[in-house]
Structure formats: structure tokens, C-alpha cells
Ligand binder design. Structure first.
Ligand SMILES: [Cu+2]
Length: 120
């Protein structure tokens, strides 16, 4: 009886360990997946580099409005438009409207994702 109890406690312990290991694995998978997706997106989606002036920053929507120069690669004239700044949010928060910037972005569906931003 005592032995049986020990065995069942042991199996609970190993189940817990297995569960923890699985949770860690999942956690790593999530991270791996994220990196993989980003790397994939960067390989699949071309990165466009241009310059512009910040018109506004909407922290709630994670969008930055930029009046950008023409982008010949995609036949864009100069215009003011929104970019999603989620991947570089920490950096965007140090900028202010009116600042001249160099920046890069990728397109994902109908969204334009800011990938880098620097003061000119
Ligand atoms: Cu545009």
C-alpha cells in the first residue's frame, strides 16, 4: 500500500514535470514561431526604405502618420498615410510630430508595418 502510494505520487510528480516541460516547450514554440514568422515575412515581403515627416502618433491604435517621400519601387507618390508601429513601439514613443525621419516598412495584406525608424 505504501509502495503503491509512492508510485502514484511519483507518477503525479512525473506528470507535473512532463506538464511543465510541455509548457516550456510551448512557450519556446510560441517564440520560435514568432521569430520564424517575422523572418519569413521579411524574406517574403520586401522592405521599403524611405524618408518622411511624422504627422501624428496614435498610441492606442499603434499607428504613426507619416508624410513620406515618393517610393519608386512601388510607384507611390509622396503622401501622408498610417503605418502600424507595433514592432518598433518602444522607439516610436521617443519621436514627436514634426520630426524628419528615415524609415523602413513592409506590407502585410492591407497593412503597412513600420520596421525601423531613425531621426534624419
Ligand atoms: Cu503612402
Amino acid at each position: 500500500m505504501n509502495k503503491l502510494l509512492k508510485i502514484s505520487l511519483l507518477s503525479i510528480a512525473s506528470m507535473t514535470t512532463a506538464y511543465t516541460a510541455k509548457a516550456n516547450e510551448t512557450h519556446h514554440n510560441i517564440h520560435g514561431e514568432t521569430h520564424h514568422t517575422q523572418a519569413d515575412a521579411q524574406m517574403k515581403e520586401p522592405l521599403y526604405q524611405t524618408a518622411g515627416v511624422i504627422k501624428g502618433i496614435d498610441n492606442k491604435q499603434q499607428k504613426i502618420s507619416i508624410s513620406h517621400d515618393a517610393i519608386p519601387e512601388i510607384s507611390w507618390p509622396p503622401m501622408t498615410m498610417n503605418f502600424i508601429f507595433t514592432p518598433v513601439a518602444a522607439k516610436v514613443n521617443t519621436f514627436k510630430p514634426g520630426e524628419a525621419i528615415n524609415f523602413s516598412f513592409t506590407q502585410q495584406g492591407s497593412d503597412y508595418i513600420l520596421q525601423s525608424i531613425e531621426v534624419k
